[in-house]
Design a protein around this ligand. Structure first.
Ligand SMILES: C[S@@+](CC[C@H](N)C(=O)[O-])C[C@H]1O[C@@H](n2cnc3c(N)ncnc32)[C@H](O)[C@@H]1O
Length: 223
């Protein structure tokens, strides 16, 4: 495997993506985005979108929710700010440049944390998920949509071969499901609620983790 992702590479990659991102990824990721929003809105309330990018998903949230978006890429976020102004998205309370692995919010600040096409692109996925869990209330959910690497076969071989090129684009195509499932198993307050295949080609997944009071998830697993 080539060098892993680092913050500078990601910021550089998304500065390049920003002008064309909506054109390239707007339609192709739409199904996953809609599923993530539907999952988030089942809980609703204060929602944090991490890696909000150009803000493609923001107009689709119901106006009864309060949204905050963060992203490490200033050029991507600028597009999101333009969208909020142009479409008068009054349910968006703020858009801020911030690293997902160091969220400047207090513990338990949000009902839902949503990260669409982000968790496999951050340098430290497990530490980043710990941050998501920290800023989430008990009873809240982490909602992810992401490409998950194949475990066997031709697709696995292709993803491993493509990985070094993908790093420069800001992706980890071979990211294994085990990293996410092991992260949840290590915590005593998080459980996997759902993993559902998503288009394109079912290579993407909608993933929901629930946060409970400390100890509750481990007790449920042992019962
Ligand atoms: C593939 S884009 C997804 C954008 C948006 N969520 C969507 O669905 O269109 C990944 C986004 O994650 C952001 N990102 C990557 N690493 C990050 C980090 N460590 N902290 C915050 N945002 C990050 C990128 O800047 C980019 O905007």
């Amino acid at each position: 495997m080539g060098a892993d992702l680092d913050k500078a590479t990601i910021a550089k990659a998304y500065a390049r993506w920003a002008p064309v991102y909506d054109l390239v990824f707007g339609a192709v990721f739409e199904h996953g985005r809609n599923a993530a929003i539907a999952a988030a809105e089942r809980i609703g309330g204060r929602i944090l979108e991490v890696g909000v990018g150009t803000g493609l998903s923001l107009p689709d949230y119901g106006r009864q929710n309060r949204l905050i978006g963060v992203d490490i890429s200033e050029p991507m976020l600028r597009k999101a700010q333009e969208r909020v102004a142009a479409e008068r998205l009054t349910h968006v309370d703020g858009l801020t440049v911030m690293d997902a692995a160091g969220l400047a919010f207090p513990d338990g600040a949000f009902d839902v944390v949503v990260a669409q096409y982000v968790i496999t692109a951050v340098p430290q996925p497990e530490a980043t998920l710990d941050e998501f869990a920290r800023v989430l209330k008990d009873g809240g959910e982490i909602v992810l949509v992401n490409h998950i690497g194949a475990e066997t076969g031709l697709r696995r071989a292709f993803e491993a071969w493509f990985a070094p090129v993908a790093r420069r684009l800001g992706w980890r195509p071979e990211f294994p499901w085990a990293r996410l499932s092991r992260w949840a198993e290590r915590r005593d307050d998080v459980c996997l609620i759902e993993r559902r295949p998503m288009p394109p080609l079912g290579h993407f997944s909608l993933i929901r983790f629930g946060k409970q009071a400390a100890g509750a998830a481990r007790a449920a697993r042992l019962a």
